[in-house]
Design a protein around this ligand. Structure first.
Ligand SMILES: Nc1ncnc2c1ncn2[C@@H]1O[C@H](COP(=O)(O)OP(=O)(O)O)[C@@H](O)[C@H]1O
Ligand SMILES: [Mg+2]
Length: 373
């Protein structure tokens, strides 16, 4: 049983929801000239009526379809349905537009435009030929690509660059909040593009933000954020660390098909590290065809990023330098990782509901949330 569970829950505070009127929206930034407000008809034609055969993905907030625009360009169209009561869908739509129209980076997906039709919202992106890292690395056998060490290295570095850009170069800084394999798209050359900015947040006070709406994906979720709503750039660093361990191991963050004691990737990596057997984490399909020193370095960076104590985690720009071997990692201390394994019981301020790796029983029955697919 593979594990994947998106969730979001609100802390009892006023809603942050806002409603966007795309006709009044004037996107700004470097993508301006390319940003188009599409008509529903154009998108319906492009996707052959949103046919099942054009469907290329499904996420927490809607389905994604491959489309061919009249001008010949190939796009991915994400359809979001707005729930009028909760305004679910609207918030994600607004967030993606306001974030992505102002950003441009080789490792971020490009938003080409949007469309509003009744309670339906559409986001139009450049189509990525190799779909997502989740599909290519961790997906069904027929969709997988055998990724060698170099490909894994380049994908890891690309994601790190994209995140370092969001965290350091963009002002105010942006926290993505949902870094995971299915949100890393791959173009025809396997260049990674961070996508799905529906949960992203701008950090206006530069340091942290207490989230009234905790959201993310179980397994990738930084513990301090899960139980206190404290959002910082280190929240993304944690998720990046999990992703890095997945890229090196070819294993999903939680996999109950594996042997007892190996279900949780972060736990497995930490135990192998402590037993001085760190290379046992490397994906067996690589055989001996990978540089050992580099692999050790990548796994160590992964473990540094998932440390339980957020302030011990490196900033993204530092993690990137470590990965590229521009910083000496000799003597770097790694402390125990954090892991949220049960979200069912999380309530604001109840620290007892967070079960940290070594401070409590990890082997308990997975919650219903953690076993949904
Ligand atoms: N631009 C794209 N090109 C190719 N596939 C895409 C593209 N955008 C999304 N997908 C596919 O759709 C899935 C869901 O997209 P995502 O933006 O993450 O939606 P959600 O917000 O619902 O999670 C992705 O994991 C990927 O498989
Ligand atoms: Mg997604």
């Amino acid at each position: 049983m593979k594990f994947c569970c998106c969730f979001s829950y609100c802390f009892p505070q006023p809603s942050e929801t806002s409603i966007i009127d795309v006709n009044k929206q004037e996107p700004q930034g470097e993508n301006d000239e390319n940003f188009t407000v599409f008509s529903y008809r154009e998108l319906r034609l492009a996707t052959r009526g949103f046919s099942a055969s054009n469907k290329i993905g499904k996420g927490a907030f809607g389905c994604v379809y491959k489309g061919f625009l009249a001008n010949g360009s190939v796009v991915a169209v994400k359809m979001l349905s707005v729930e009028l009561e909760s305004m679910r869908g609207e918030r994600e739509f607004v967030s993606e537009i306001s974030t992505l129209t102002n950003l441009k980076h080789e490792n971020l997906v490009t938003l080409k435009g949007c469309c509003v039709d009744g309670t339906k919202r559409f986001l139009v992106y450049n189509y990525m030929e190799n779909n997502s890292l989740a599909q290519v690395l961790l997906g069904r056998e027929q969709n997988r690509i055998k990724l060698g060490w170099e490909a894994r290295q380049e994908i890891s570095l690309g994601v790190a660059r994209g995140l370092a850009y969001l965290h350091d170069e963009v002002r105010p800084h942006i926290v993505h909040r949902d870094i995971k394999a299915s949100n890393i798209l791959l173009n025809q050359n396997l260049v990674p593009k961070v996508s799905d900015f529906g949960l992203s947040r701008v950090l206006r006070n530069d340091v942290s933000h207490i989230s009234t709406h905790v959201a993310g994906t179980l397994g990738y979720l930084a513990p301090e954020y899960a139980f206190s709503g404290r959002l910082t750039r280190k929240t993304d660093v944690y998720s990046f660390g999990v992703l890095l361990l997945e890229i090196i191991s070819g294993q999903t963050v939680v996999d109950f098909d594996l042997e007892h004691g190996e279900h949780y990737l972060v736990q497995k990596a930490w135990e192998l590290y402590r037993a001085n057997r760190i290379l046992h984490l490397v994906d067996p399909i690589l055989g001996m065809n990978y540089p050992k020193e580099d692999a050790v370095r990548f796994i160590k960076v992964g473990l540094l990023c998932v440390q339980e104590t957020a302030r011990f985690r490196p900033e993204m720009s530092m993690a990137l330098k470590m990965l590229t071997n521009d910083v000496d990692m000799e003597g770097v201390q790694i402390s125990q990782p954090g892991l949220v394994v049960d979200l069912m019981n999380i309530k604001l301020g109840q620290k007892t509901t967070f079960r940290s790796l070594y401070s409590s029983n990890l082997e308990s029955t997975p919650s219903p949330l953690s076993s949904c697919s």
